[in-house]
Design a binder for this molecule. Structure first.
Ligand code: UGA
Length: 456
């Protein structure tokens, strides 16, 4: 099928390349002509594992092309996915201006039936509003197909989704979307992610109304954020009473009703999705007369992570002013160069404000971090930032950091102190190498008084 994907950002590019890989002819549109030039020259404007090869292969096979004029795509494609950004406005509500701008342009150049599919994360009832707008003009139908692509594993998430959700108003729309996703539903493609993928179970294809599909997305992200804040709250208790949150999370997560994923404690969640989606969902609830106090608490716990971590650093170092501190990791999580709302950058900002001398390293995110934080030093590798440092902060759990020569790291540091904001190292291994090691919720930093025997 001829399919248009509007927006060549993270979601748009994976969607466009993924749909091309399963056999569709995809035209990916972005009005940022510079970005389109980069893509046409064979490079990617972002880092995402596997994506570059996927884009290259499908362009060579003439199943994927990049254009900057939406008209060139709309006239050839009955189905148009909207994958543009939906950032937060200052008051936390969702800025829908890009989505609405795209809808306007589609309306200007559409002739006959088109299925306009929102993939961007939007507040519930956005589809309904868009539908009203189109109805008064032409035969466009609006559907919702939220994305569940996680940065760093987005290509894998496209090909092996836990579920595909489509919110539609007609059987025709459901049928078109089912046809588009059929190879993914049946898992009947040559897997570009795993060399020997093996036969997988069919991916569930959930058909619902448009409002419910929009809501599923916000509910999913909020639930995951809630799990993270929950375990971070438990980590604080572990630290206060002398327990090990890693063991607690492991055992709690073994309960199949709870599940072990998204129970990693640390400096909190960041990125372009959870913080913004939580804010938006709280406001959506409020507007609808529902009190989402639970989610406000999730946000609050997450904000406190940064302060608590900086306090921990100061507890170990005293004043940080004039002290050299190394940082491992800048991206908001491993596997990406994205630094949007990165907890690492938030920690660095606080320390810089107090006069600390920061030298940071990340395998992928230095360029993007430099644009946000031009005033700090960047090291050429993980060892360079350890040199003469009085402390090293581990803030993004890149696999590379697990394979460092710890003896070498220790040797070059002024003081062998590692403060691990992601619990990526084993305390025993760090002790073996002679480090002073502080993690999250795993040290015994202050016991509650142990009750003595009765009547003693
Ligand atoms: C998230 C969702 O996981 C995707 O399903 C969704 O499609 C996407 O948002 C989106 O809305 O577009 P993403 O933001 O790429 O994906 O990253 P996550 O893997 O969810 O991680 C978010 C943050 O939570 C990161 O800062 C990560 O370090 C942190 N995190 C995650 C924890 O602190 N603990 C955990 O156990 C898991």
């Amino acid at each position: 099928m001829n399919v248009a994907v509007v927006g060549a950002g993270y979601v748009g590019l994976i969607t466009a390349a993924g749909l091309a890989e399963i056999g569709h002819r995809v035209i990916c549109v972005d009005d940022d002509t510079r970005k389109v030039e980069v893509l046409i020259s064979g490079r990617l404007p972002l880092y995402e594992p596997i994506l570059e090869d996927l884009v290259k292969r499908n362009r060579q096979a003439k199943r994927l092309e990049f254009v900057s004029r939406i008209e060139d795509a709309v006239e050839k494609c009955p189905v148009i996915f909207i994958c543009v950004g939906t950032p937060s406005l200052e008051d936390g509500e969702t800025d829908l201006s890009s989505v609405e701008g795209v809808a306007r342009k589609i309306a200007e150049c559409a002739r006959g039936y088109h299925l306009v599919v929102e993939k961007s994360t939007v507040p519930v009832q956005t589809g309904r509003r868009l539908q009203k707008y189109f109805k008064s003009r032409l035969q466009c139908e609006v559907a919702s197909n939220p994305e569940f692509l996680s940065e760093g594993s987005g290509v894998e998430d496209f090909f092996h989704p836990d579920r595909i959700v489509v919110g539609v108003d007609s059987e025709k729309a459901a049928g078109l979307l089912k046809e588009i996703y059929q190879p993914v539903i049946q898992q009947s493609f040559a897997c570009p992610v795993h060399a020997s993928c093996g036969k997988r179970a069919e991916a569930p294809f959930i058909v619902t109304d448009v409002n419910s599909a929009e809501l599923i997305k916000h509910a999913s992200n909020s639930f995951l954020a809630m799990k993270i804040s929950f375990i971070n709250m438990i980590a604080d208790l572990c630290e206060a009473v002398g327990a090990d949150v890693e063991k607690v999370a492991e055992a709690v997560g073994m309960d199949k009703r709870i599940g072990d994923r998204f129970l990693k404690p640390g400096v909190g969640f960041g990125g372009s999705c959870f913080p913004k989606d939580l804010q938006a969902f709280v406001r959506i609830g409020r507007k609808a007369g529902c009190d989402f106090g639970l989610l406000r608490e999730v946000e609050k716990i997450n904000h406190q992570r940064i302060d608590l971590f900086v306090k921990k650093i100061k507890r170990e170092l005293g004043e940080v002013s004039g002290k050299r501190i190394g940082v491992w990791g800048l991206a908001f999580k491993p596997g990406t160069d994205d630094v949007r709302t990165s907890p690492s950058l938030a920690v660095i900002r606080e320390l810089v404000a107090e006069g600390a001398l920061i030298r940071a390293y990340d395998p992928e995110a230095i360029e993007k971090a430099r644009a946000e934080l031009p005033g700090i030093e960047y090291g050429r590798d993980a060892y360079a930032v350890a040199e003469n440092a009085e402390a090293l902060l581990a803030l993004t759990e890149w696999e590379d950091f697990q394979h460092l020569d710890l003896a070498k790291v220790r040797q070059v540091m002024a003081r062998p102190l590692v403060i691990d904001g992601r619990n990526m190292f084993s305390p025993a291994r760090m002790a073996e190498h002679g480090f002073e090691y502080v993690g999250i919720g795993r040290g015994v930093t202050g016991h509650l008084p142990v009750p003595g025997p009765k009547n003693a």
